[in-house]
Design a protein around this ligand. Structure first.
Ligand code: ADP
Length: 484
């Protein structure tokens, strides 16, 4: 399993949650998964690394000595190799951005090397002693694995490529191909070419044997011009190879009955329970909202970007305040959105709170302590926060798109099975209307209790969600691939 992030090692978003949840779930089906990730600075903090067993790789792209460091995670059921190459990975900043928030200028080499080494590990069993039946490559950072296997030629394991978000195409100047040791001939429409650039994402979609994305609705949307991010032709052409597999949630990490981040734990059933009340008071106190159980609290957590519809929430804020609700947002991202949230919080002390930054513990407290969770995404491949919210008895108010459409059932449209509130048009009025309906439900305690019980009873665990992956792996492993 090749990826740029994994929860418990390095995380910026939902990709990490999926990559770390899959291996233990797969183990229950006798599928043994090994991770391959870059050895970013700090990546080994939670790992037991067997330095004595390091596997030297030479300098595959000329960036200096690279090696594979075998690891097992100290607390999670994860094992694999870190790709160590200090000139590329041992630096300040995050996996993709430097400290100033700009892309690392050599990202093509950083993730190109990851893909090249992944292809080597897949082809050469003697390198690690691990026989690879299927390569599962995630997102553009792992997009070139199939291209490298193709360029190496010979018998090779099949590749499943999963697109967690087509919006990020990993596009670079085509001049990078010789640097990456890939044939320039791959720079063509039937290959890596994408609007004149070289796209790692397109490579993933073109050279993989099977494709998946993270919800059935997103799988359909990306085969249309409006949702396909310029790749709908390729995706529609490969429609038979493309599977929309809904993400699960890792119940060892996200479960209110044993969540160590919370002020109090609580079980399933009608809410608010005593535990959930304690979580709400704790959240209000921590973020500087007036501590008041009788005021409905709307939360949001995520990347602050156009995709996530944060601007719609800001525009809907007056309506939210008219309803007497509080709002808390946790996130980081686009400067203007951060500024607008900070300004809103300053204008409404005790009623609006904004916590800038990435804070895993607070994200749990926010999801547990809120009554409603806003997920007004313009597009959303799957979305995880609405799934967490449902499990925590916090009803999502979500736009009907991608995975949100697959997982949130509007309580007004489906009174017996409602587990949230949804809206269609990507505008503030539609969001405000859905929030208003959510707040009305919150005020109607018997109804609220029925909806939260419905939401908490959903089984979104990976125990269920992993099954189609197992079927796909087995079908792939039964086939042999060879390239000229
Ligand atoms: P995406 O992957 O597009 O960012 P998802 O909803 O699929 O969105 O996953 C986001 C994940 O990242 C969730 O686990 C969410 O809780 C977490 N997350 C996002 N922003 C923050 C933040 N500022 N602090 C803590 N966790 C965050």
């Amino acid at each position: 399993m090749v990826a740029s992030e994994a929860f418990g090692i390095v995380k910026t978003g939902g990709l990490a949650d999926v990559v770390s949840a899959l291996p233990p779930a797969l183990a229950d089906h006798d599928v043994e998964a090994r991770l391959l990730l870059p050895a970013y600075r700090g990546a080994t903090d939670n790992l037991r690394v067997d330095h004595a067993a390091a596997i030297p790789l030479g300098s595959p792209l000329g960036d200096g000595p690279a090696r594979l460091l075998p690891f097992v995670h100290k607390t999670l059921d994860l094992a694999g190799w870190l790709l160590d190459c200090p000139p590329l990975y041992d630096r300040a900043g995050g996996p993709y951005l430097d400290e100033a928030g700009h892309d690392h200028p050599d990202n093509h080499r950083r993730f190109g090397l990851l893909c090249r080494v992944a292809a080597l590990v897949a082809m050469v069993e003697g390198l690690t002693g691990f026989a690879v039946d299927v390569v599962h490559a995630h997102d553009w950072q792992a997009g070139l694995v199939g291209a490298y296997l193709e360029s190496f030629g010979g018998v090779r394991p099949p590749v499943l490529f999963t697109a967690h978000n087509l919006h990020f195409s990993g596009s670079f100047d085509p001049g990078v191909l010789p640097e990456l040791g890939l044939p320039s001939a791959m720079q063509q429409v039937d290959g890596l070419e994408f609007w004149g650039a070289t796209s790692f994402l397109k490579g993933g979609l073109y050279y993989a044997d099977k494709l998946s994305t993270v919800s059935p609705t997103y799988a359909t949307e990306i085969q249309t011009e409006s949702g396909g991010e310029g790749l709908y032709g390729l995706l529609a052409g490969r429609g038979d190879d493309l599977h929309g597999l809904l993400n699960g949630i890792d119940a060892t990490v996200w479960d209110p009955s044993h969540d160590g981040e919370l002020a109090a734990t609580y079980g399933a059933g009608p809410q608010p329970s005593d535990g959930k009340r304690a979580c709400k008071a704790d959240l209000q106190e921590r973020v500087g909202l007036t501590i008041d159980a009788s005021v409905p609290l709307v939360g949001m957590v995520g990347r602050l970007s156009w995709q996530k519809g944060v601007d719609l929430l800001l525009e809907a804020l007056p309506s939210l305040l008219e309803h007497g609700a509080q709002l808390v947002v946790l996130g980081s991202g686009d400067g203007p959105l951060e500024l607008a949230l900070r300004t809103a919080a300053a204008a409404h002390p005790g009623r609006v709170a904004f916590v800038q930054g990435y804070n895993e513990g607070l994200s749990h407290r926010l999801i547990a302590g809120s009554d409603l969770l806003a997920v007004p995404s313009r597009f959303e491949p799957c979305g995880l926060t609405q799934l967490y919210a449902q499990r925590y008895g916090t009803l999502p108010v979500a736009r009907r798109t991608g995975g949100l459409a697959d997982t949130v059932v509007d309580a007004d449209a489906e009174p017996r099975h409602g587990n949230g509130f949804t809206f269609g048009p990507p505008n503030a009025a539609a969001l405000a209307e859905a929030l208003g309906r959510g707040l009305a439900c919150w005020a109607d305690k018997p109804r609220w209790q029925a909806c939260t019980a419905e939401a908490m009873a959903l089984d979104r665990s990976w125990t269920q969600a992993v099954r189609p992956y197992v079927a796909l792996y087995r079908a792939l492993a039964a086939t042999t691939r060879s390239s000229p």
